[in-house]
Design a protein around this ligand. Structure first.
Ligand code: PMP
Length: 404
Protein backbone atom coordinates (compact mmCIF):
# COMPACT_ATOMS: atom_id res chain seq x y z
CA UNK A 1 0.00 0.00 0.00
CA UNK A 2 1.42 3.39 -1.03
CA UNK A 3 1.45 5.66 2.02
CA UNK A 4 2.35 9.16 0.85
CA UNK A 5 2.50 10.64 4.36
CA UNK A 6 4.95 7.97 5.46
CA UNK A 7 7.03 8.56 2.35
CA UNK A 8 7.12 12.31 2.91
CA UNK A 9 8.24 11.73 6.49
CA UNK A 10 11.23 9.76 5.16
CA UNK A 11 12.60 12.90 3.44
CA UNK A 12 13.92 15.36 6.06
CA UNK A 13 14.43 18.18 3.54
CA UNK A 14 10.69 18.25 2.87
CA UNK A 15 9.97 19.14 6.50
CA UNK A 16 11.39 22.65 6.40
CA UNK A 17 10.07 26.16 5.85
CA UNK A 18 11.46 28.20 2.96
CA UNK A 19 10.84 31.93 3.14
CA UNK A 20 8.49 31.23 6.03
CA UNK A 21 6.37 28.77 4.01
CA UNK A 22 6.37 24.97 3.93
CA UNK A 23 8.70 23.85 1.14
CA UNK A 24 6.93 22.62 -1.99
CA UNK A 25 9.71 20.90 -3.86
CA UNK A 26 8.94 20.72 -7.59
CA UNK A 27 12.49 20.52 -8.91
CA UNK A 28 13.13 16.79 -8.83
CA UNK A 29 14.17 16.77 -12.48
CA UNK A 30 17.20 18.82 -11.41
CA UNK A 31 17.90 16.64 -8.40
CA UNK A 32 15.71 14.61 -6.08
CA UNK A 33 15.55 14.93 -2.32
CA UNK A 34 17.14 12.10 -0.31
CA UNK A 35 15.47 9.74 2.13
CA UNK A 36 16.91 9.47 5.63
CA UNK A 37 18.38 6.03 4.85
CA UNK A 38 20.61 7.56 2.16
CA UNK A 39 21.76 10.34 4.48
CA UNK A 40 22.55 7.85 7.26
CA UNK A 41 24.36 5.48 4.90
CA UNK A 42 26.67 8.36 3.99
CA UNK A 43 27.19 9.31 7.62
CA UNK A 44 27.70 5.71 8.70
CA UNK A 45 30.35 5.19 6.03
CA UNK A 46 32.42 8.19 7.07
CA UNK A 47 31.84 7.71 10.79
CA UNK A 48 32.68 4.00 10.95
CA UNK A 49 33.53 2.22 7.73
CA UNK A 50 35.74 4.73 5.94
CA UNK A 51 38.64 3.06 4.10
CA UNK A 52 39.83 2.90 0.52
CA UNK A 53 38.59 -0.03 -1.53
CA UNK A 54 40.43 -2.86 -3.33
CA UNK A 55 43.93 -4.07 -2.51
CA UNK A 56 43.75 -3.12 1.19
CA UNK A 57 44.56 -6.06 3.48
CA UNK A 58 43.16 -4.56 6.67
CA UNK A 59 39.67 -5.27 7.95
CA UNK A 60 38.18 -1.85 7.30
CA UNK A 61 39.37 -1.84 3.71
CA UNK A 62 37.99 -5.32 3.14
CA UNK A 63 34.65 -4.27 4.61
CA UNK A 64 34.57 -1.13 2.45
CA UNK A 65 35.39 -3.19 -0.66
CA UNK A 66 32.66 -5.66 0.15
CA UNK A 67 30.05 -2.94 0.72
CA UNK A 68 31.15 -1.14 -2.43
CA UNK A 69 30.91 -4.24 -4.64
CA UNK A 70 27.65 -5.29 -2.96
CA UNK A 71 26.27 -1.87 -3.89
CA UNK A 72 27.21 -2.47 -7.52
CA UNK A 73 25.15 -5.67 -7.37
CA UNK A 74 22.18 -3.88 -5.80
CA UNK A 75 22.13 -1.24 -8.53
CA UNK A 76 22.74 -3.84 -11.27
CA UNK A 77 19.73 -5.80 -9.97
CA UNK A 78 17.56 -2.70 -10.18
CA UNK A 79 18.26 -2.54 -13.92
CA UNK A 80 18.27 -6.34 -14.32
CA UNK A 81 21.87 -6.30 -15.54
CA UNK A 82 25.05 -7.96 -14.26
CA UNK A 83 27.62 -6.19 -12.11
CA UNK A 84 30.24 -6.59 -14.86
CA UNK A 85 28.10 -4.40 -17.14
CA UNK A 86 27.97 -1.46 -14.71
CA UNK A 87 30.64 1.25 -14.63
CA UNK A 88 30.60 3.95 -11.97
CA UNK A 89 31.04 7.48 -13.24
CA UNK A 90 30.53 10.86 -11.65
CA UNK A 91 27.21 11.33 -13.43
CA UNK A 92 25.26 10.80 -16.62
CA UNK A 93 27.43 13.46 -18.27
CA UNK A 94 30.64 11.58 -17.59
CA UNK A 95 29.03 8.31 -18.68
CA UNK A 96 28.13 9.75 -22.10
CA UNK A 97 31.58 11.27 -22.45
CA UNK A 98 33.12 7.91 -21.59
CA UNK A 99 31.22 6.24 -24.44
CA UNK A 100 31.71 9.05 -26.96
CA UNK A 101 35.44 9.14 -26.26
CA UNK A 102 35.72 5.37 -26.28
CA UNK A 103 34.21 5.20 -29.76
CA UNK A 104 36.73 7.54 -31.39
CA UNK A 105 38.68 4.73 -33.05
CA UNK A 106 35.51 2.95 -34.24
CA UNK A 107 34.19 5.88 -36.33
CA UNK A 108 35.44 7.67 -39.41
CA UNK A 109 34.26 10.15 -42.01
CA UNK A 110 31.86 7.58 -43.47
CA UNK A 111 30.05 7.26 -40.15
CA UNK A 112 26.82 8.92 -39.11
CA UNK A 113 25.78 9.73 -35.55
CA UNK A 114 22.10 10.41 -34.88
CA UNK A 115 20.89 12.38 -31.87
CA UNK A 116 17.81 14.60 -31.45
CA UNK A 117 16.80 18.15 -30.62
CA UNK A 118 15.08 16.85 -27.49
CA UNK A 119 18.38 16.01 -25.82
CA UNK A 120 19.99 17.56 -22.76
CA UNK A 121 23.28 19.24 -23.70
CA UNK A 122 25.06 16.28 -22.08
CA UNK A 123 23.71 14.08 -24.88
CA UNK A 124 24.59 16.56 -27.64
CA UNK A 125 27.98 18.11 -27.01
CA UNK A 126 30.01 14.87 -26.53
CA UNK A 127 28.64 13.63 -29.89
CA UNK A 128 29.47 16.92 -31.59
CA UNK A 129 33.00 16.56 -30.30
CA UNK A 130 33.17 12.93 -31.46
CA UNK A 131 31.96 14.00 -34.92
CA UNK A 132 34.64 16.68 -34.98
CA UNK A 133 37.39 14.21 -34.01
CA UNK A 134 36.38 11.53 -36.51
CA UNK A 135 34.81 13.44 -39.41
CA UNK A 136 31.52 11.61 -38.81
CA UNK A 137 28.26 13.28 -39.82
CA UNK A 138 25.97 14.38 -36.95
CA UNK A 139 22.23 14.35 -37.67
CA UNK A 140 19.13 14.98 -35.56
CA UNK A 141 15.99 12.86 -35.65
CA UNK A 142 12.97 14.80 -36.87
CA UNK A 143 10.92 16.20 -33.99
CA UNK A 144 7.32 17.32 -34.32
CA UNK A 145 6.53 20.95 -33.55
CA UNK A 146 5.15 19.96 -30.12
CA UNK A 147 8.43 18.33 -29.08
CA UNK A 148 7.22 14.74 -29.58
CA UNK A 149 8.71 12.17 -31.93
CA UNK A 150 6.60 10.68 -34.68
CA UNK A 151 7.89 7.14 -34.48
CA UNK A 152 7.27 6.19 -38.12
CA UNK A 153 9.13 9.29 -39.32
CA UNK A 154 12.02 8.47 -36.99
CA UNK A 155 12.20 4.87 -38.18
CA UNK A 156 12.28 6.03 -41.82
CA UNK A 157 14.98 8.57 -40.98
CA UNK A 158 17.12 5.89 -39.35
CA UNK A 159 16.60 3.54 -42.31
CA UNK A 160 17.58 6.31 -44.71
CA UNK A 161 20.74 7.41 -42.86
CA UNK A 162 21.96 4.06 -41.49
CA UNK A 163 23.73 5.47 -38.43
CA UNK A 164 26.76 3.96 -36.73
CA UNK A 165 25.60 5.50 -33.45
CA UNK A 166 22.19 6.52 -32.17
CA UNK A 167 21.99 8.47 -28.88
CA UNK A 168 18.56 9.36 -27.60
CA UNK A 169 16.84 10.30 -24.39
CA UNK A 170 14.46 7.98 -22.55
CA UNK A 171 12.59 11.03 -21.26
CA UNK A 172 13.11 14.72 -21.90
CA UNK A 173 14.51 16.65 -18.94
CA UNK A 174 12.72 19.80 -20.08
CA UNK A 175 9.31 18.42 -21.07
CA UNK A 176 9.16 15.06 -19.32
CA UNK A 177 7.95 13.39 -22.54
CA UNK A 178 8.77 9.67 -22.61
CA UNK A 179 10.33 8.40 -25.84
CA UNK A 180 8.72 5.37 -27.46
CA UNK A 181 12.11 3.68 -27.67
CA UNK A 182 11.20 0.22 -28.92
CA UNK A 183 10.67 0.91 -32.64
CA UNK A 184 13.49 3.46 -32.73
CA UNK A 185 16.02 1.11 -31.13
CA UNK A 186 14.87 -1.75 -33.34
CA UNK A 187 15.40 0.32 -36.48
CA UNK A 188 18.87 1.33 -35.27
CA UNK A 189 19.76 -2.27 -34.46
CA UNK A 190 18.71 -3.46 -37.91
CA UNK A 191 21.64 -1.35 -39.15
CA UNK A 192 23.90 -2.59 -36.38
CA UNK A 193 24.11 0.90 -34.90
CA UNK A 194 25.55 1.34 -31.43
CA UNK A 195 22.69 2.66 -29.30
CA UNK A 196 22.92 4.82 -26.19
CA UNK A 197 19.89 5.82 -24.15
CA UNK A 198 20.09 8.77 -21.77
CA UNK A 199 18.16 7.58 -18.75
CA UNK A 200 19.05 10.49 -16.45
CA UNK A 201 15.38 11.45 -16.12
CA UNK A 202 13.63 8.14 -16.71
CA UNK A 203 15.64 5.74 -14.53
CA UNK A 204 13.84 6.80 -11.34
CA UNK A 205 10.30 6.87 -12.68
CA UNK A 206 10.30 3.97 -15.14
CA UNK A 207 12.68 1.54 -13.38
CA UNK A 208 13.70 0.11 -16.76
CA UNK A 209 14.62 -3.49 -17.42
CA UNK A 210 17.66 -2.80 -19.58
CA UNK A 211 18.16 -6.14 -21.36
CA UNK A 212 14.49 -5.96 -22.32
CA UNK A 213 14.89 -2.38 -23.55
CA UNK A 214 17.69 -3.68 -25.75
CA UNK A 215 20.01 -0.66 -25.97
CA UNK A 216 23.79 -1.09 -25.92
CA UNK A 217 24.42 1.67 -23.39
CA UNK A 218 22.23 3.34 -20.77
CA UNK A 219 23.35 6.22 -18.55
CA UNK A 220 21.94 7.58 -15.30
CA UNK A 221 22.75 9.91 -12.39
CA UNK A 222 22.37 8.77 -8.77
CA UNK A 223 21.31 12.22 -7.56
CA UNK A 224 18.18 12.10 -9.74
CA UNK A 225 17.27 8.73 -8.21
CA UNK A 226 17.13 9.68 -4.51
CA UNK A 227 20.89 9.07 -4.23
CA UNK A 228 23.90 11.32 -3.66
CA UNK A 229 25.47 13.81 -6.05
CA UNK A 230 28.80 13.09 -7.71
CA UNK A 231 27.86 9.60 -8.84
CA UNK A 232 26.37 8.14 -11.98
CA UNK A 233 26.46 4.93 -13.88
CA UNK A 234 26.96 3.49 -17.30
CA UNK A 235 25.37 0.24 -18.32
CA UNK A 236 27.03 -1.31 -21.34
CA UNK A 237 26.16 -4.61 -23.01
CA UNK A 238 29.35 -6.47 -22.16
CA UNK A 239 30.77 -6.87 -25.68
CA UNK A 240 29.99 -3.26 -26.61
CA UNK A 241 31.37 -1.94 -23.33
CA UNK A 242 34.47 -4.06 -23.61
CA UNK A 243 35.15 -2.78 -27.13
CA UNK A 244 35.39 0.87 -26.01
CA UNK A 245 38.83 2.41 -25.70
CA UNK A 246 39.59 3.32 -22.08
CA UNK A 247 38.57 6.81 -21.06
CA UNK A 248 40.74 7.83 -18.13
CA UNK A 249 43.88 6.03 -17.03
CA UNK A 250 45.82 5.77 -13.78
CA UNK A 251 45.47 3.81 -10.55
CA UNK A 252 42.75 1.21 -9.90
CA UNK A 253 42.15 0.43 -13.59
CA UNK A 254 45.47 -1.39 -14.10
CA UNK A 255 46.59 -5.02 -13.76
CA UNK A 256 50.32 -4.34 -14.14
CA UNK A 257 52.43 -1.31 -14.98
CA UNK A 258 56.04 -1.12 -16.10
CA UNK A 259 57.66 2.06 -17.30
CA UNK A 260 57.27 0.72 -20.81
CA UNK A 261 53.77 -0.73 -20.80
CA UNK A 262 50.50 -1.12 -18.89
CA UNK A 263 48.02 -4.00 -18.84
CA UNK A 264 44.50 -2.87 -17.97
CA UNK A 265 42.12 -4.71 -15.69
CA UNK A 266 39.03 -6.34 -17.12
CA UNK A 267 35.77 -4.51 -17.86
CA UNK A 268 34.26 -2.75 -15.93
CA UNK A 269 37.34 -2.02 -13.76
CA UNK A 270 39.33 -0.71 -16.74
CA UNK A 271 36.88 2.20 -17.01
CA UNK A 272 37.17 3.20 -13.35
CA UNK A 273 40.44 5.05 -12.89
CA UNK A 274 41.35 6.50 -9.50
CA UNK A 275 39.74 6.25 -6.08
CA UNK A 276 35.99 6.02 -6.59
CA UNK A 277 33.26 7.89 -4.74
CA UNK A 278 32.89 5.01 -2.28
CA UNK A 279 30.47 6.67 0.15
CA UNK A 280 28.22 7.75 -2.73
CA UNK A 281 28.11 4.24 -4.21
CA UNK A 282 27.14 2.75 -0.86
CA UNK A 283 24.55 5.48 -0.21
CA UNK A 284 23.15 5.00 -3.72
CA UNK A 285 22.52 1.34 -2.92
CA UNK A 286 20.50 2.58 0.08
CA UNK A 287 18.47 4.75 -2.31
CA UNK A 288 17.82 1.76 -4.55
CA UNK A 289 16.86 -0.36 -1.53
CA UNK A 290 14.43 2.38 -0.54
CA UNK A 291 12.90 2.52 -4.01
CA UNK A 292 12.61 -1.23 -4.39
CA UNK A 293 10.99 -1.53 -0.97
CA UNK A 294 8.01 0.27 -2.53
CA UNK A 295 5.79 -1.24 -5.17
CA UNK A 296 6.93 -0.02 -8.59
CA UNK A 297 3.36 0.05 -9.89
CA UNK A 298 1.96 2.04 -6.97
CA UNK A 299 4.79 4.60 -7.11
CA UNK A 300 4.16 5.10 -10.82
CA UNK A 301 0.40 5.33 -10.34
CA UNK A 302 0.81 7.89 -7.55
CA UNK A 303 3.21 9.99 -9.64
CA UNK A 304 0.79 9.94 -12.57
CA UNK A 305 -2.17 10.93 -10.34
CA UNK A 306 -0.25 13.95 -9.02
CA UNK A 307 1.00 14.88 -12.49
CA UNK A 308 -2.49 14.69 -14.01
CA UNK A 309 -3.95 16.69 -11.12
CA UNK A 310 -1.32 19.41 -11.61
CA UNK A 311 -1.71 19.39 -15.41
CA UNK A 312 -5.47 19.80 -15.13
CA UNK A 313 -5.15 22.73 -12.72
CA UNK A 314 -2.46 24.40 -14.80
CA UNK A 315 -4.53 24.03 -17.97
CA UNK A 316 -7.31 25.91 -16.20
CA UNK A 317 -5.24 29.10 -15.88
CA UNK A 318 -5.87 31.47 -18.79
CA UNK A 319 -2.71 32.68 -20.52
CA UNK A 320 -0.62 29.62 -19.58
CA UNK A 321 0.99 27.68 -22.43
CA UNK A 322 2.05 24.14 -21.55
CA UNK A 323 4.83 22.64 -23.68
CA UNK A 324 4.97 19.20 -22.07
CA UNK A 325 3.05 16.34 -23.56
CA UNK A 326 0.30 15.41 -21.11
CA UNK A 327 0.42 11.78 -22.15
CA UNK A 328 3.43 9.51 -21.66
CA UNK A 329 5.15 11.89 -19.32
CA UNK A 330 7.36 11.05 -16.32
CA UNK A 331 5.83 13.93 -14.32
CA UNK A 332 7.25 17.20 -15.61
CA UNK A 333 5.27 20.28 -16.58
CA UNK A 334 6.96 22.93 -18.67
CA UNK A 335 5.06 26.16 -19.25
CA UNK A 336 5.08 29.89 -19.80
CA UNK A 337 2.59 32.61 -18.93
CA UNK A 338 1.89 35.04 -21.77
CA UNK A 339 5.24 36.70 -22.53
CA UNK A 340 6.36 36.95 -18.89
CA UNK A 341 9.94 35.97 -18.21
CA UNK A 342 10.17 32.47 -16.66
CA UNK A 343 12.84 33.72 -14.21
CA UNK A 344 10.35 36.23 -12.79
CA UNK A 345 7.73 33.54 -12.26
CA UNK A 346 10.24 31.21 -10.57
CA UNK A 347 11.54 34.01 -8.36
CA UNK A 348 8.04 35.05 -7.27
CA UNK A 349 7.10 31.41 -6.60
CA UNK A 350 10.17 31.05 -4.38
CA UNK A 351 8.67 33.70 -2.09
CA UNK A 352 5.86 31.20 -1.45
CA UNK A 353 8.27 28.35 -0.72
CA UNK A 354 7.70 26.79 -4.15
CA UNK A 355 10.86 25.42 -5.78
CA UNK A 356 10.60 25.25 -9.58
CA UNK A 357 13.22 25.74 -12.25
CA UNK A 358 13.28 28.26 -15.07
CA UNK A 359 15.46 28.82 -18.11
CA UNK A 360 16.56 26.67 -21.01
CA UNK A 361 17.02 23.54 -18.86
CA UNK A 362 20.29 22.64 -20.64
CA UNK A 363 18.20 21.98 -23.75
CA UNK A 364 18.82 25.00 -25.94
CA UNK A 365 18.17 23.19 -29.26
CA UNK A 366 14.76 22.16 -27.89
CA UNK A 367 13.99 25.74 -26.83
CA UNK A 368 14.97 26.90 -30.35
CA UNK A 369 12.71 24.21 -31.80
CA UNK A 370 9.80 25.37 -29.62
CA UNK A 371 10.54 29.01 -30.52
CA UNK A 372 11.07 30.14 -26.92
CA UNK A 373 14.05 31.29 -24.87
CA UNK A 374 13.07 29.31 -21.84
CA UNK A 375 10.18 28.18 -19.67
CA UNK A 376 9.18 27.32 -16.12
CA UNK A 377 9.51 23.67 -15.15
CA UNK A 378 7.63 22.01 -12.31
CA UNK A 379 8.81 18.43 -11.91
CA UNK A 380 7.23 15.89 -9.61
CA UNK A 381 8.46 12.78 -7.83
CA UNK A 382 7.07 10.09 -5.59
CA UNK A 383 7.07 12.33 -2.47
CA UNK A 384 4.81 15.05 -3.94
CA UNK A 385 1.17 15.12 -2.90
CA UNK A 386 -2.09 16.88 -3.76
CA UNK A 387 -1.38 19.61 -1.25
CA UNK A 388 1.90 20.44 -3.07
CA UNK A 389 -0.12 20.95 -6.24
CA UNK A 390 -2.75 23.08 -4.49
CA UNK A 391 -0.09 25.30 -2.89
CA UNK A 392 1.76 25.59 -6.19
CA UNK A 393 -1.33 26.55 -8.18
CA UNK A 394 -2.56 29.04 -5.58
CA UNK A 395 0.88 30.68 -5.39
CA UNK A 396 1.15 30.73 -9.17
CA UNK A 397 -2.20 32.48 -9.49
CA UNK A 398 -1.05 35.14 -7.01
CA UNK A 399 2.23 35.60 -8.89
CA UNK A 400 0.53 35.89 -12.26
CA UNK A 401 -1.90 38.50 -10.90
CA UNK A 402 1.08 40.48 -9.70
CA UNK A 403 2.70 40.27 -13.13
CA UNK A 404 -0.47 41.27 -15.04
N1 PMP B 1 20.65 13.96 -19.39
C1 PMP B 1 19.50 14.40 -18.90
C2 PMP B 1 18.22 14.05 -19.60
C3 PMP B 1 19.48 15.16 -17.73
O1 PMP B 1 18.32 15.61 -17.23
C4 PMP B 1 20.71 15.45 -17.09
C5 PMP B 1 20.76 16.30 -15.82
N2 PMP B 1 19.92 17.41 -15.85
C6 PMP B 1 21.87 14.94 -17.64
C7 PMP B 1 21.80 14.20 -18.79
C8 PMP B 1 23.20 15.20 -17.01
O2 PMP B 1 23.23 14.63 -15.74
P1 PMP B 1 24.38 15.02 -14.70
O3 PMP B 1 24.41 16.52 -14.67
O4 PMP B 1 23.91 14.44 -13.42
O5 PMP B 1 25.64 14.45 -15.21
Amino acid sequence: MFNIEKIRADFPALQQLINGQPLVYLDSAATTQKPRSVISATEQFYARNNANVHRGRHTLSEQATQAYEQARLTVANYFNITASELVWTKGATEAINLVANGLTEQLNDNSTIIISALEHHANIVPWQQLAKRTGAKLLALPLQQNGCFDVQTCVKFIEQHKPSVLAITHASNALGNITDLDPILHAAKRHDAITLVDGAQAALHLQPNLPQLGCDFYVFSAHKMLGPTGLGGLYGRYDRLNSLAVYQTGGEMIETVTLAKTVFRQTPAKFEAGTPNIAAVIAFAAAIDYLTSLSKASVYTHEQIIFNYAAEKLQGIAGVTIYSSLENNIGTLCFNYRDEHPFDIATLLDGYGIAVRSGHHCAQPLMQHLGINGCVRASFALYNNHSDVDLFIAALQNCLELLD
